[in-house]
Design a protein. Structure first.
Length: 336
């Protein structure tokens, strides 16, 4: 399906150096901010406290954030799950404060926001618990459970995340080297890592929270960028077969130009969906949608101006993808 067809090839590779210099500057800036600021890890990586609370009416996430911030705890993550009344509150680690102290402080703030008062109760097992009662002796908010996320668990998650990223990179390289040629594999990995580092650079610069959902978004961008690179590489290989008299640059320009319509349809639809998640999805998936939005934009850019250009500079040629046809011996091996 094509919305339009461009009859004359656009000379993308003529401006490849300029665009790659811009890309290199962006990449270096991202690395600088990662080194200078680092990532703002969520409690999944740093450790902290996770509280589950249940309201009698649909919970107001913004009011909950303000209540938690009022007791001096910043960067709390508030997520609705299951129903509109159930809320998960993830609190960053507080130095020198016990779990029970943090729980009581936060729950008291939540209870006060509902015009209630906290009473300490004991469970059947003898554990310490808290109950919120208003003037009518109703329970506007209830504490369901409290879990402590240890720092060791966070370190394991970070380690597993890096392993997952390395496994994806290795798998992509093997797949592209098997399907195409090692020069395409190297160029695609350079382009894809370029996208990943720039996403992380944005998160480091703006100090957005880096959570497991964001890591999932980064891995999704890797696969998404590879798909675009494969489409262009496949068209380049096809051009090497069809356009026998075309140069490598002409074959690449034709491949990119002929896939523009497909790129606009595919990425335009995907970007509309991701932007809807970003604008209307709420706080829970906000950073995940940001990672996808940045990744898709730079994924298109890198597939055209980074992956294809690097493959060209590595010296990809027709013989790399198409084995020359051996002439049939009509003499039967006889030598005159």
């Amino acid at each position: 399906m094509e919305f339009f067809r461009i009859k004359k090839d656009i000379p993308f590779m003529k401006h490849a150096l300029v665009f790659n210099v811009i890309s290199a500057i962006t990449f270096v800036a991202a690395v600088f901010f990662l080194w200078k600021n680092g990532l703002n890890y969520s409690i999944e990586f740093t450790g902290g406290t996770a509280m589950e609370v249940a309201y009698k009416k649909p919970a107001d996430s913004e009011a909950i954030r303000k209540a938690v911030a009022s007791v001096g705890i910043e960067d709390a993550v508030v997520q609705q799950f299951g129903t509109a009344e159930n809320v998960l509150i993830r609190l960053p680690a507080q130095e020198g404060k016990a779990k029970d102290t943090i729980t009581q402080t936060v729950f008291t703030a939540l209870c006060s926001a509902e015009a209630g008062k906290v009473d300490q109760i004991a469970s059947d097992k003898g554990d310490k618990g808290f109950a919120c009662r208003d003037a009518a002796n109703n329970e506007p908010v209830a504490l369901q459970s409290v879990e402590l996320v240890g720092k060791q668990v966070g370190e394991e998650l970070a380690s597993d995340g890096l392993k997952a990223l390395a496994a994806v990179v290795a798998g992509v390289m093997l797949y592209l080297a098997f399907r195409f040629e090692w020069k395409f594999a190297v160029s695609a990995i350079i382009a894809n890592l370029h996208d990943v580092v720039i996403i992380l650079g944005f998160f480091a610069f703006f100090r957005w929270e880096f959570s497991l959902s964001v890591l999932a978004g980064v891995l999704a961008v890797l696969g998404y960028s590879v798909n675009e690179s494969v489409v262009i590489f496949d068209r380049i290989r096809e051009n090497f077969r069809k356009l026998r008299k075309a140069t490598v640059v002409e074959a690449i320009n034709n491949a990119i130009t002929s896939t523009i319509s497909r790129t606009i349809i595919t990425h335009g639809c995907t970007q509309m969906m991701v932007l809807s998640m970003l604008l209307f999805g709420g706080q829970t998936i906000h950073n995940f949608a940001i990672a996808l939005t940045i990744g898709i934009c730079f994924g298109i850019y890198s597939s055209v101006f980074v992956a294809a250009a690097v493959a060209m500079w590595l010296g990809v040629k027709r013989e790399d993808l198409i084995k020359p046809v051996k002439e049939k011996d009509t003499t039967g091996g006889a030598v005159v």
